[in-house]
Design a protein around this ligand. Structure first.
Ligand SMILES: *[C@@H]1O[C@H](CO)[C@@H](O)[C@H](O)[C@H]1NC(C)=O
Length: 179
């Protein structure tokens, strides 16, 4: 892409930092969506699932909106340390929405299936190949290391999500949730 001369003039040489150029070249939502698809495929491949690939599996993500006043500092840091940060395979920066996504297996997820409550293993896997339900996650078993509750209700050793999670999409047998 060529910068029109009057833009460069307007911005001034001193303002043309790496971040400014990145912002001017901010990718479209369509481009990010394609990159995100590749990222999610890679993420699933590095999870080292124990059960075979036809069994139902759940992954989730949390979106962190970068405040507008922090975008420049955040992107400066992000792109300066890009190679280093890519070693943490569980995050994806959506530059179009200016949101960071952190991915995780939905360990111990509880869903309704086969007429009862079924529980995922620590990698978010179920031993079955199909669930005769809508794949809604309503909570997880309470374990010693789960302390952080955020308005969820704890009852009989189950942490019920304040808002039940519906899958946003599916990659073959892997269901994806926005928590
Ligand atoms: C599971 O793996 C087999 C063999 O690699 C492949 O043919 C099949 O399409 C895979 N199934 C899914 C749901 O990914």
């Amino acid at each position: 892409m060529l910068f029109p001369f009057h833009w460069i003039f307007y911005l001034g040489a001193s303002a043309l930092t790496w971040t400014t150029i990145q912002a001017l070249l901010r990718p479209s939502h369509d481009i990010v969506k394609r990159e995100l698809g590749h990222f999610e495929g890679r993420y699933i491949n590095i999870l080292n699932y124990k059960l075979h690939n036809e069994t139902v599996k759940l992954i989730g993500y949390k979106k962190i909106k970068i405040p507008l006043e922090e975008i420049d500092a955040f992107e400066d840091h992000y792109f300066t340390n890009y190679a280093e940060l890519q070693k943490f395979d569980s995050h994806f920066y959506d530059q179009a929405s200016m949101e960071l996504r952190i991915y995780f297996p939905v360990a111990g997820a509880l869903i309704e299936g086969q007429g009862s409550m079924i529980e995922a293993n620590e990698l978010g896997e179920f031993e079955i190949e199909d669930v005769d339900g809508d794949y809604v996650v309503f909570g997880r078993k309470q374990t010693d290391h789960v302390h952080d509750v955020h308005g969820n209700i704890i009852k009989d050793g189950v942490i019920y999500l304040a808002v039940k999670a519906h899958p946003t999409h599916q990659i073959s047998k892997v269901f994806v949730y926005d928590f």
